[in-house]
Design a protein around this ligand. Structure first.
Ligand code: THG
Length: 258
């Protein structure tokens, strides 16, 4: 299970304020703490509605890179902000994300080639999010074939079925799990899969419980990566436990500490 920390994200007010005052120390301490908690990569997102998006992204990428060589998952829908982040990056990068919109793919796959980046392919287009596992798999296949036309091979992709809040549409929960299963049949070897886990509990009570329960289910369906909060200790324990139960890690009586 590849753990990408969700918490360098301007959605969080404390992060947004740290970006505003260009507080390197605050950002660096948080990045290091997330890595100590077990994150293997960091999602980097300057947050919504910023006029200084590209400049803020460039600063954020440089600031984080000054203290770690961990891969950065550059998270923005804006092409200018994405380009600024990629140009500043010297660490390994993951483009987060392209959608199945033709115009986005035509811009982002060439950028991935230019910067030797992996790409998250989000199941969404101008008509919105597909409403079934099948429709998500069909859209994922379109992104795989379009990537290949741009010489971005399937092993550079992460397919994201797009997790939606359970509170807004409970029927989407099993559809996303089904999509994760289907994605793995779309190529040989199986393409990697990723989700933004915390979306599922948006607006709900008991957020950590919902997040860790859903992650265990998704791992059972073969999920390979997740953007999540590594500072949630019970969530990280759930990952280790699921890895033991899925025979991905060796059992020992003290597997949680090991
Ligand atoms: N797929 C991909 N990338 C993504 C997502 C995805 N990036 C963004 C998001 N979804 C994953 N990251 C988050 C980060 C924060 C929250 C949810 C998902 C979150 N934040 C609190 C909120 O909005 O209520 C912030 C509240 C606070 O300030 O504490 O829930 O699906 N590829």
């Amino acid at each position: 299970m590849y753990v990408i920390s969700e918490r360098i994200n301007g959605l969080f007010v404390s992060v947004s304020k740290a970006i505003d005052r260009r507080d390197s120390k605050w950002v660096q301490e948080h990045a290091l703490r997330q890595l100590e908690c077990g994150a293997q990569a960091l999602d980097i997102n300057t947050g919504p509605g910023r006029e200084d998006g590209p400049a803020a992204m460039e600063w954020l990428v440089r600031t984080v890179q000054d203290v770690t060589d961990a891969p950065l998952c550059i998270d923005t829908p804006g092409i200018k902000t994405m380009t600024a982040g990629l140009s500043a990056a010297k660490n390994k990068v993951i483009i987060n994300s392209t959608t199945a919109e033709k115009a986005k793919m035509e811009r982002l796959f060439p950028l991935a080639r230019e910067h030797d980046a992996d790409v998250i392919c989000l199941c969404m287009d101008e008509r919105g999010v597909p409403n079934s596992a099948d429709a998500r798999a069909e859209m994922a296949m379109l992104m795989i074939t379009t990537a290949m036309e741009h010489e971005v091979m399937p092993d550079r992709l992460f397919l994201d079925p797009l997790v939606l809040p359970a509170k807004a549409g409970q029927d989407q929960g099993p559809k996303v799990i089904g999509a994760v299963r289907m994605f793995q049949t779309l190529n040989e070897p199986s393409p990697r899969t990723v989700v933004g886990l915390s979306n599922v509990s948006n607006g709900a009570k008991e957020r950590p419980l919902i997040n860790r329960t859903y992650l265990a289910m998704l791992m059972g369906a073969g999920l390979s990566a997740a953007i999540l909060d590594p500072e949630d200790r019970e969530l990280m324990s759930t990952i280790k436990t699921a890895q033991v139960l899925l025979n991905q890690k060796l059992y020992a009586d003290d597997f949680l500490r090991a």
